[in-house]
Design a protein around this ligand. Structure first.
Ligand code: UDP
Ligand code: MG
Length: 309
């Protein structure tokens, strides 16, 4: 008998937990036919509602349901890491609790994995039901990322992914503090098959990702998986040196031919503002990487567990 672990990060999902269970359990027969058992690992990411109580109720009914509860909200990335660490399965699948990662896709994913792939990932081909401005920035992010990072980060990719133990262990071998899971999946490689599906809207409750949270997350992605911004600072420096050098020659030649008229103060102010703005911007880029290094060096635990069932 093989074992499949489903890792389900939950933050304030009291209304979705039992719906999720009901939907997931529909795959039981299919899994049995593949001689596979399953364990459901709910990772409570410091929920302030009754998520823990709901999961405990399920755990009493069904011994295959387990709970890991954090001491506070550490974020979805931390929850995924905890789930992977606790997972015992020969296969691991990561799924959202809000049913935006449809459990009905699981049989198809499972069959694909059996064809010899190491992991089966999903991406949504539409973003229906999402604010337009958010879709626009999301698309921009993936386009920029594609240009500046060697790691393959796919547009519309969800964290919904079925993988073999080997891939899960590969992900666990990356101990970094700043965890951008979409990048980590791409970085570890392995044979991955992509399955596409239409966006499903969340069952109940609200998304935990505000626009600014997503924006900060995208910066995290860039600084975690690309050092291009650092190189940009250097390029900008070189570029402005060249411009300044040409300007010096121009000013000297003009002074020699036409004499030195003390004019051009407004343009001078503009140039000083522009250049100092760019300097501060580049300093900020360096600061971002320094901050990341600082967080990594401190080696704090990525999450703290309060309770486990
Ligand atoms: N989640 C979490 N910790 C957080 C935020 C979200 O564990 O700090 C979980 C959440 O419960 C859900 C999944 O991550 O199962 C995706 O979150 P959400 O649906 O809010 O994001 P969206 O689908 O809108 O991108
Ligand atoms: Mg969701």
């Amino acid at each position: 008998m093989k074992l499949l672990t489903a890792v389900v990060p939950c933050y304030n999902e009291q209304d979705n937990v039992s719906d999720f269970y009901d939907e997931f359990i529909k795959n039981e027969q299919f899994l049995n036919s593949k001689e596979t058992d399953f364990e459901l690992l709910f990772i409570d990411d410091g929920s302030k509602d009754d998520t823990v109580i709901k999961v405990k109720e399920l755990a009493e009914k069904d011994k295959r349901v387990h709970l890991v509860s954090f001491s506070r909200n550490f974020g979805k990335e931390a929850a995924i890491l905890a789930g992977l660490r606790k997972s015992k399965g020969d296969y691991v699948v990561i799924m959202d609790a809000d049913l935006q990662d449809p459990p009905s896709l699981l049989p198809e994913m499972f069959k694909t994995l059996e064809e010899g792939y190491d992991s089966v990932a999903t991406r949504r081909v539409s973003r229906k039901g999402e604010p337009l401005i958010r879709s626009f920035f999301a698309r921009m992010f993936y386009r920029i990322m594609h240009k500046i990072s060697k790691t393959d980060i796919v547009d519309g990719a969800r964290d919904y992914r079925l993988m073999t133990r080997q891939v899960a262990d590969a992900i666990l071998s990356m101990p970094e503090y700043c965890r951008f899971t979409k990048g980590i999946f791409g970085w570890v490689g392995f044979e991955t098959k992509w399955i596409e599906f239409e966006n499903v809207e969340r069952r109940k409750g609200e998304t935990k990702w505000s626009f600014w949270k997503l924006f900060a997350y995208s910066l995290e992605g860039i600084t975690s998986f690309s050092t291009f911004p650092l190189a940009f600072a250097a390029f900008a420096g070189v570029f402005f040196c060249i411009v300044a050098f040409l300007a010096i020659i121009f000013v000297i030649v003009r002074a020699l031919i036409f004499g030195d008229k003390t004019s051009g103060w407004p343009s001078m102010v503009c140039i000083i503002l522009l250049v100092s703005g760019i300097q501060l911007f580049c300093l900020g880029i360096v600061g971002q990487y320094l901050a990341k290094t600082y967080l990594e060096v401190k080696q704090r635990p990525i999450y703290l567990i309060k309770e486990e069932i």
